[in-house]
Design a protein around this ligand. Structure first.
Ligand SMILES: Nc1ncnc2c1ncn2[C@@H]1O[C@H](COP(=O)(O)OP(=O)(O)O)[C@@H](O)[C@H]1O
Ligand SMILES: [Mg+2]
Length: 468
């Protein structure tokens, strides 16, 4: 019955993952859209937008309060979200979250640039007030970069004292090269779910290695050329989908291979067939005045903390599927009717198309208006969303919870290996970044990590032409 979700994660982000508040907004927009569609079409399918896993904001706040409590007990919390100066007025997610924290009893919060922190003896302060927890909105490479320009000693002190979430020592094992040991050398130390959800990955340079089925590969470059349709090359320091090369999209493998080898710092990974993580969503074409179903790629981020899975970000777009590359975010709903995901999707898509262009355009307009009011915008401008939510079942939620618990345990193990110097060859970071990471070793304590999944919950497109 397609109960088990399919697919792989394509990366882990352990530095300072975001998207929690975008998902809160996407949920509200998704619910608004669904209420209207349901009322107007009369469709008899029950969707639940209210499950606690569908809004990670309160649980994320609780994570910061746990970190506060460990150190400051019952004292009043002063949580500071530290972000790069030029983003302070632009990134709605951070502004909204600080407002949310300020509404919690016994909690004060502020948004600040790293330069505005001060040190008074042991205390790290903002405008004279002692900070009890910092959530740092950027990665260690940015700490290194800013440190060259400004005096960041108060922030460095805060990192060393352990009041910065995430502890900076967590970041290295989020490196894309780590998947090589998860699917190779340290596979036997990892949970079954982590291994089966991690795509075979190798650092890309002329070498011999083992392949996806454990077979010997005498010459990796040659192997990649021979399996060009099934692979993706990604820069280890890539972000927002920059620099990725999807084999089958490039007719001339030699040129791309040479490019990746010359640039250096690439990994090769098995491609998760695009149809497996694509779904159809109703979409409107304003120019032609029609509603139709459009294929989108769907990325599914899981947020995980020391207490387990706390929520998702459901993105959609092309390949790469990053909001930084023009992607959007959509609501997620739990299917409460006793029908399959495929049937639910088909019926909902049809019901929306049947409403006709004028009605759907009105709904869309209302959603767009609400989105702007809410601040559903990213650095590039308004974020797009879908009329229909991503649909998931209670069974998928428990599978994801189990997967997340295991992944957390495995991340702690890998971190231990990194601290012991056993992963240096797979984590390609500068000495200065390593110095920052070593200031605050992570021991499995409160942190927010995420994995980006290319998953199917049963709504994927036909797999006849598997890699498209
Ligand atoms: N193994 C893969 N199979 C198919 N597509 C992938 C794979 N890995 C990455 N992608 C595509 O590339 C995008 C970016 O990849 P990701 O590993 O998350 O790097 P980045 O750090 O640039 O976000 C993903 O959103 C997805 O669209
Ligand atoms: Mg990514």
């Amino acid at each position: 019955m397609g109960e088990k979700f399919l697919g792989h994660h394509c990366e882990w982000n352990l530095g300072s993952p975001g998207g929690w508040d975008y998902q809160r907004m996407a949920q509200e927009l998704g619910r608004l859209s669904w209420d209207k569609i349901k009322r107007l079409s009369g469709i008899d399918i029950e969707l639940d937008f209210g499950h606690s896993l569908l809004n990670p904001v309160p649980t994320f706040a609780r994570l910061l309060l746990r970190a506060h409590k460990q150190r400051f007990g019952r004292q009043e919390a002063f949580i500071v979200l530290v972000a790069e100066e030029e983003t302070l007025e632009k990134v709605g997610e951070n502004i909204h979250f600080v407002n949310f924290l300020n509404r919690l009893p016994g909690v004060a919060a502020a948004l600040a640039s790293p330069r505005s922190l001060e040190a008074k003896g042991d205390a790290i302060t903002l405008e004279g007030r002692r900070i009890t927890v910092i959530f740092l909105d950027f990665n260690n490479n940015v700490v290194v970069k800013l440190r060259k320009k400004y005096n960041l000693n108060p922030l460095i002190n805060a990192i060393r004292q352990g009041i910065v979430i995430n502890p900076r020592g967590i970041e290295p094992i989020g490196a894309k090269g780590i998947f090589e040991v998860v699917t190779g050398e340290y596979k036997s130390l990892m949970s079954r779910t982590t291994v089966s959800r991690t795509p075979w990955t190798r650092q890309f340079y002329p070498r011999s290695t083992t392949g996806p089925s454990g077979e010997k590969i005498p010459d990796l470059v040659e192997w990649v050329r021979d399996h060009w349709e099934r692979i993706i090359l990604k820069p280890v320091h890539g972000y927002s989908g920059k620099g990725i090369i999807i084999g089958y999209q490039h007719e001339n493998p030699d040129k791309s291979l040479q490019y990746a080898l010359n640039s250096g710092g690439y990994i090769v990974q098995l491609l998760t067939p695009l149809n497996l993580w694509a779904e159809e969503f109703p979409w409107i074409d304003r120019k032609e005045g029609r509603v139709f179903v459009k294929r989108w790629q769907t990325d599914f981020r899981c947020f995980i903390t020391d207490t387990g899975l706390i929520g998702f970000v459901a993105r959609f777009g092309g390949v790469p599927t990053n909001v930084g590359s023009g992607g959007g975010a959509k609501g997620v709903a739990v299917l409460r009717s006793q029908i399959g995901v495929r049937e639910a999707i088909d019926r909902i898509n049809q019901a929306i198309v049947d409403l006709g262009y004028r009605t759907v355009a009105e709904i869309q307009e209302e959603i767009d208006k609400k989105a702007v009011e809410m601040g559903f915008v990213y650095l590039l401008g308004p974020i797009m969303t879908t009329l229909r939510p991503r649909i998931i079942t209670p069974k998928h939620l428990s599978q994801l919870q189990y997967y997340s618990k295991n992944l957390w345990k495995d991340a702690v193990k890998l971190n231990g290996l990194w601290q012991a110097g056993k992963l240096t060859n797979f984590v390609d970071i500068s000495e200065e970044e390593e110095e920052i990471a070593r200031l605050a070793p992570w021991d499995g304590g409160p942190a927010l990590i995420c994995t980006d999944g290319l998953y199917s919950f049963g709504g994927h497109l036909s797999l006849n032409n598997a890699f498209i």
